[in-house]
Design a protein around this ligand. Structure first.
Ligand SMILES: Nc1ncnc2c1ncn2[C@@H]1O[C@H](COP(=O)(O)OP(=O)(O)OP(=O)(O)O)[C@@H](O)[C@H]1O
Ligand SMILES: [Mg+2]
Length: 420
């Protein structure tokens, strides 16, 4: 029988994650056809055909997918990336493959449409409103109250998350957002543009829920504890599984099921972000794709034995999910951050870390020699490396991860104009 193929739409931006997604399809015996803006060198030996298309152009992308379907027996269209959730849903519908509805896909991509669809969940949601400018923001805050967070409705990667602590914060936040929410700052803003959501600031510990929904059945694989930076909420560390007690897990699982069902997600991986505090789970957002930051590709498999990316393929093709845990290990990562803008030279202090058993991986995210900038000028360059560790106990994992900020230093040569 001829080999079956899975259609991929773009690869995850982090190369190692893209590589793992392609290897997962290969392990399951599928060939890969890739539709996307470009194909990185490492991917070329792993894809049977690459079709170049501007994936922000829906019609051109649908036409290209239809054309590929003539030459390949497509078992499914897999979704690994945030910005392609709607396109993948449209392709699935068009080609008669498994996928989520386009309504659900819109809710996955637009933080306002998402919260609108979940109003019935009451206190699980923050108070929220849609705003497009300063006047609307002022008015909305009468209801939402301070402190609050204002952010673009269609962004990802923590691009433009602004905390509003007092009235003086409103104007600078909206000014900066006007500069950020533009296609020339990031093409992600081609879709929803200068539309923002303002939300009550949620207190509590941050967590994410990693799972799948297949044929309407919601499966929670694990819960991740996360720490984000102040004030721009860039991720600093992730730990799997969460250290919360089992009663809390039961509540988290139940609320996750309500949210996934309320949004009408199906046939996809999901990554739900929330705060956990005195009022239980407070919902931030949910993505219809696997978690990034090496959580799906590395941390979940290291901690549980569940091959998360293989299941992303399975949920797309209809092959039965394989979600049995075969181990109980704690896995986590800690990012190494640049402390100032300039030319990133290297990460010092890694040797001592790598010499110790327990550290699994070091990933460089920014090539040496890159000019890096810090938020709010740039939201993607401050993290220069990630260090992954595992240990049988949570305390042991934390001791390993604590060594990272203590010993690993990102060496950055400041630009001359800094006046230093
Ligand atoms: N209402 C809120 N209250 C408190 N913190 C918030 C709120 N909304 C967002 N944040 C913080 O900002 C982070 C990013 O927000 P959000 O997930 O909505 O944006 P994003 O662009 O999708 O980012 P990412 O891709 O990193 O998840 C959250 O993980 C959280 O730390
Ligand atoms: Mg998010």
């Amino acid at each position: 029988m001829a080999k079956r193929h899975v259609l991929f739409v773009n690869l995850r931006r982090i190369q190692r994650e893209g590589l793992e997604s392609l290897l997962a399809a290969r392990r399951l015996g599928y060939g890969v056809v890739l539709l996307g803006r470009s194909v990185p060198e490492f991917a070329k030996p792993l894809v049977d055909e690459f079709r170049q298309v501007d994936t922000y152009d829906r019609e051109a992308s649908l036409a290209a997918a239809r054309d590929l379907a003539k030459s390949y027996d497509l078992a499914g269209v897999a979704n690994f990336t945030e910005v392609d959730v709607q396109l993948v849903a449209a392709i699935a519908a068009d080609l008669g493959l498994r996928g989520m509805s386009e309504t659900a896909a819109l809710r996955a991509r637009n933080k306002y449409a998402m919260k609108e669809a979940l109003r019935h969940l009451g206190g699980v949601l923050p108070r929220f409103a849609r705003v497009t400018g300063l006047d609307e923001l002022r008015k909305a805050l009468d209801e939402v109250g301070l402190p609050a967070v204002v952010k673009p409705t269609g962004a990802s990667g923590s691009k433009g998350i602004f905390e509003l602590r007092g009235p003086a914060d409103l104007e600078p936040a909206m000014e900066r957002l006007a500069g950020i929410a533009r296609p020339d700052f990031d093409p992600v803003f081609r879709q929803f543009g200068a539309e923002f959501i303002v939300e009550e600031f949620l207190e509590g510990d941050e967590l994410s829920v990693e799972g799948f929904v297949s044929d309407g059945e919601v499966h929670v694989v694990t819960v991740t504890d996360k720490v984000t930076s102040v004030p721009y909420h860039l991720e600093l560390s992730h730990k799997v599984p969460s250290a919360l007690p089992s009663d809390d897990w039961a509540e988290i699982t139940a609320t996750t099921k309500d949210i996934v069902a309320g949004l009408g997600f199906d046939h996809c991986a999901f990554h739900l972000e929330a705060k956990w505090g005195e009022q239980g789970l407070r919902f931030i957002e949910i993505a219809a794709r696997p978690a990034g930051d090496y959580i799906g590709s590395h941390l979940v498999p290291l901690a549980t034995g569940v091959d998360y990316f293989e299941n992303v393929i399975r949920v797309a093709t209809g092959d039965p999910l394989r979600l049995e845990h075969d181990r109980q290990v704690n896995a986590g990562l800690r990012f190494v951050l640049a402390e100032r803008a300039g030319r990133f030279e290297e990460v010092g202090g890694l040797q001592g870390i790598c010499e110790q058993a327990g550290f699994d991986h070091v990933f460089y995210e920014v090539p040496a020699g890159t000019e890096v900038a810090l938020p709010p000028e740039n939201f993607g360059q401050q993290r220069v490396a990630a260090v992954v560790a595992r240990h049988v106990t949570r305390a042991g994992l934390e001791a390993l991860l604590d060594r990272v900020p203590a010993e690993a230093v990102a060496r950055v040569t400041p630009a001359v104009a800094d006046g230093e």
